[in-house]
Ligand binder design. Structure first.
Ligand SMILES: *Cc1c(COP(=O)(O)O)cnc(C)c1O
Length: 402
């Protein structure tokens, strides 16, 4: 598993021309340079934080380089957007105040009352809540389906009414794997868009547009930002016309991130590749340790050959990521005790930062799904494996398991 070459994975960013001097570059180069040329006036190597709401105009109707108001456009946000577009291999990327703000903008751009959406049956709790408690009241119907099973997704589609097939892969918190190329075919057959929430993988590990996705969603709060210091979201469109429609709604609905948040996110992105490799190294060691441990039931990690999605993950991901879920052998109370006993693994929601986190999805991140078809097992523990010294993480888990 460690260091294995994934023959199916073709990083889009290195496969075609990009926006760094019009040349083709590797992922890490784009992460550091795309959208981030030295500033023209001073040569500042890092894009400045343009902390301004408005811009002086040279004449009525003549804003400089198109900048007139920071909801509509801000150079720091533009730098982030250009970089995200390069990393995901799409023509348009848009940054938002949070992942959910990005999702809301996407739904209200693409859907109208009476439409229908297929969602994962173990979607991120906040995404499920957006569909179940907010969008449904506005007349958007939804059906949860097992996204690891293309036939189940096809069966959930209502031809003529379904506008979006929405998938996460890997899913949160059960680490299910959806076959992006297969689902793109299923969605397109029904004239629906395939939307992929790529938060768990990050563009370093998986580039859904290369496999046929129409829109990629991110909570940049997680791996993309990577330091647990900023909340943000993004949409990347595969098609320029759809991207421009989304850009219109980004301004019309107004859920943009501020310049400082955009800057922090961009600062995090520069190290995305090296961080992800260490997240994967550590998670592979920890998954191997948990697998077969007497105090642990099933281990959910797509890198384990026993994982039902392992083959599909190997086809579409560079490596298998830093997220691991497992069932506590002693049931729900044991799961809660493990979370409470962990010391180095901080008991907290969220994921994808450099520090390791542990949580009980049933009572924390996914509490909003309790009593719904998306309820998660009570004995489940979720780890966001950070980039600390792995032996320290293993020792902490050993004492926490009891
Ligand atoms: C956190 C998360 C979101 C929501 O993003 P926010 O930035 O918290 O609004 C969406 N999808 C997934 C998979 C997430 O983990």
């Amino acid at each position: 598993m460690p260091g294995a070459t994934r023959v199916g994975f073709q990083p889009a960013a290195t496969a075609g021309p990009t926006n760094v001097s019009g040349m083709s570059h590797g992922f890490e180069t784009l992460a550091i340079h795309a959208g981030q040329d030295p500033e023209a006036r001073t040569g500042a190597v890092i894009p400045p934080i343009y902390q301004t709401s408005t811009y002086a105009q040279d004449a009525v109707g003549a804003p400089r380089q198109g900048y007139e108001y920071s909801r509509s456009g801000n150079p720091t946000r533009d730098a982030l957007q250009e970089c995200l577009a390069a990393l995901e291999g799409g023509p348009v990327a848009l940054a938002f105040a949070s992942g959910l703000a990005a999702e809301d903008t996407l739904l209200r751009t693409v859907c109208k009352p009476g439409d229908h959406v297929v969602i994962p049956d173990d979607a991120y709790g906040g995404t499920y809540r957006l569909f179940a408690k907010v969008a449904e009241r506005w007349g958007l119907d939804y059906t949860p389906a097992k996204v690891s099973d293309p036939a189940a997704v096809r069966a959930a589609i209502r031809p003529g009414t379904t506008r979006i097939v929405w998938v996460e892969t890997p899913t949160n918190p059960l680490l299910g794997i959806a076959d992006i190329a297969a689902l793109a075919a299923v969605a397109h057959e029904a004239d629906a868009l395939l939307v992929v929430d790529n938060t768990f993988a990050s563009p370093y590990l998986q580039q859904p547009i290369a496999f046929g996705a129409d829109v990629v969603v991110h909570s940049t709060t997680k791996y993309v930002g990577g330091h647990s210091d900023v909340v943000g979201g993004a949409l990347i469109a595969a098609d320029r016309a759809l991207g421009e429609e989304l850009r219109y709604h980004q301004n019309a609905m107004g859920a943009v991130n501020g310049p400082f948040d955009a800057w922090l996110t961009l600062r995090g992105i520069k190290t995305l590749g090296v961080r992800m490799d260490r997240h994967c190294d550590n998670a592979e060691r920890i998954a191997a340790y948990l697998d077969g441990h007497a105090k642990v039931g099933q281990v959910l990690y797509p890198g384990l050959p026993s994982h039902p999605g392992h083959e599909v993950a190997a086809k579409q991901m560079r490596r298998f990521g830093g997220m691991i879920s497992f069932r506590a052998a002693g049931g729900e109370e044991h799961a809660v005790e493990i979370c409470n006993r962990a010391k180095l693994f901080v008991l907290a929601e969220s994921l994808g930062g450099v520090e390791s986190l542990i949580e009980h999805p049933g009572r924390m991140t996914h509490a909003s799904a309790a009593g719904s078809p998306l309820e998660v097992p009570g004995d489940l523990v979720r780890l966001s494996v950070g980039i600390e010294t792995v032996d320290d993480l293993l020792a902490d888990l050993e004492q926490a398991l009891g």
